[in-house]
Design a protein. Structure first.
Length: 456
């Protein structure tokens, strides 16, 4: 996906291992989850008596160094990487959030987005901090003025939308997942006997934890000296795991719901080759998330696979360029064509999804300028026509190109010779043998949890 991609959800991590510094393990876990949010990151830690929180704007590796991690002692920690979904991009909205209310002191990290934040905020006592939806949840928990687990069992059933939480008080690590299971959350165990929670399995891999299982929808796990205790705080509702975790968000080296992400993307590419074949010389991905899909397309079509674009891996935030020339340069900073690969050749360009298409249009122009004879664009998911309200920031619906234009218009706008999107049934079949368990609202407009205002 190009830089008009949705801003990823968030990454959460937690560890309780009384034999190792939890802040260092959390740093490694967050490093593995950096792709889920690059605006801010934070770690909360407890030595058993008090909680310390350190968070800042920026990447995990730029915020935390050895000095800063050493200042966070203890064997219990949670961490968070964030991209803003509800609430502005600002330090005050960085996570974990923490609250001190009477004897209750806790920290909380949230992946997902609630859809009833406004209604929940009305339940808060006057003067409560209001920023993101996560702040509102923290305020509701603090208002309970009771034990954190008791507060969670009271507050969580009132939340509507998507949430995978990690939370902690001075001694316990807690995880919870919404009754639809929109966002993933995994439980792992270290060789030392310590326990880990993480948004994705690669974060367990990097700290040497074995994947035990996923947290179930509607489940709360409490980890303390006695081990792992589980509570079902809500009856599971129809499963609605985000299909875009498989298309774009999650790392390809992970597994979700028992399905390997890389293999799912490869199957999408194979299905696309069967659905939309075309005579061509080269199958090439828009790097990086489209690579497995392009490999699948090439394998199923028998057409050579290769790189036609090189991606600069050190791109941070792109700036708003004041002139057309600078805007073109800004696209070229991210991608540059390999002229020898594309000149005079008929290309099948594989992209995982098209959201706004601003960068993709520039990229297609670069391939033409480099001498591509034909460009056939193939997309590993159906047209992205509806906004996500469950934690993937795709902006207002009017910014989605497929909400404004037909497929033919998009093809012409991008300057492609042909454009085909993978059909929804083929996409869900490539992900899972039970497609009923997936959210596809951004592709179909069929929202598993009604959106106030949209469904008023
Ligand atoms: Fe994922 Fe789309 Fe559903 Fe959002 S609307 S949770 S991006 S499938």
């Amino acid at each position: 996906m190009a830089d008009d991609s949705p801003k990823e959800a968030c990454g959460v991590f937690g560890v309780r291992d009384l034999q190792q510094p939890a802040s260092h393990l959390t740093y490694l876990g967050l490093y593995a989850l950096q792709h889920r949010g690059q605006e801010s990151a934070g770690i909360a830690v407890s030595d058993g008596t008090k909680i310390l929180v350190d968070k800042d704007m920026g990447l995990v590796s730029t915020i935390f160094d050895e000095h800063r991690l050493r200042a966070l002692p203890g064997g219990l920690a949670i961490g968070h990487t964030r991209y803003a979904t509800t609430g502005a991009s600002a330090w005050v909205n960085a996570q974990p959030v923490s609250r001190h209310a009477g004897d209750l002191f806790f920290a909380l990290g949230h992946n997902g987005n609630l859809v009833n934040t406004v209604a929940l905020a009305r339940e808060l006592p006057p003067g409560a901090e209001l920023g993101s939806d996560s702040d509102v949840v923290a305020g509701l928990l603090a208002a309970e003025r009771t034990d954190l687990v008791t507060a969670l069992t009271t507050v969580l059933p009132r939340l509507e939308g998507a949430y995978s939480f990690v939370a902690m008080d001075e001694t316990r690590l807690i995880g919870a997942r919404d009754p639809h299971g929109f966002r993933p959350l995994f439980l792992g165990q270290l060789d030392t006997g310590g326990w880990v929670l993480a948004s994705e399995t690669p974060a367990l891999d990097v700290v040497g934890a074995r994947v035990v299982r996923e947290i179930d929808p509607g489940e709360l796990v409490v980890i303390d000296d006695e081990g792992v205790r589980t509570l079902q705080f809500a009856v599971p509702r129809p499963r609605a795991l985000c299909s875009f975790e498989f298309v774009y968000i999650a790392r390809p080296d992970g597994r979700i719901a028992g399905v390997g992400v890389h293999a799912a993307r490869r199957r999408m590419g194979m299905a696309l080759a069967r659905q939309a074949p075309v005579d061509a010389d080269l199958v090439m991905p828009i790097p990086d998330s489209s690579i497995p899909g392009a490999q699948g397309y090439a394998a199923a079509s028998g057409i050579e696979y290769g790189d036609g674009l090189i991606k600069n891996r050190y791109i941070g935030r792109t700036f708003i360029a004041p002139t057309q020339a600078l805007r073109e340069s800004a696209v070229r900073i991210k991608f540059n064509p390999i002229a020898d690969m594309v000149a005079g050749r008929r290309l099948i360009v594989v992209e995982d999804s098209i959201v706004r298409a601003t960068t993709l249009r520039g990229t297609m122009g670069m391939l033409r300028d480099a001498g591509a004879a034909e460009i056939h664009l193939r997309v590993l998911s159906p047209p992205y026509r509806w906004s996500c309200f469950y934690g993937l920031d795709t902006g207002d619906r009017s910014s989605l190109i497929a909400a404004r234009m037909s497929v033919d218009e998009i093809r012409d706008h991008l300057g492609a010779d042909s454009l085909e999107y993978l059909e929804i049934g083929a996409m869900t079949e490539a992900i899972s043998p039970s497609p009923d368990g997936l959210c596809t609202a951004c592709l179909t407009g069929d929202y598993p949890v009604p959106i106030p205002g949209l469904h008023a």
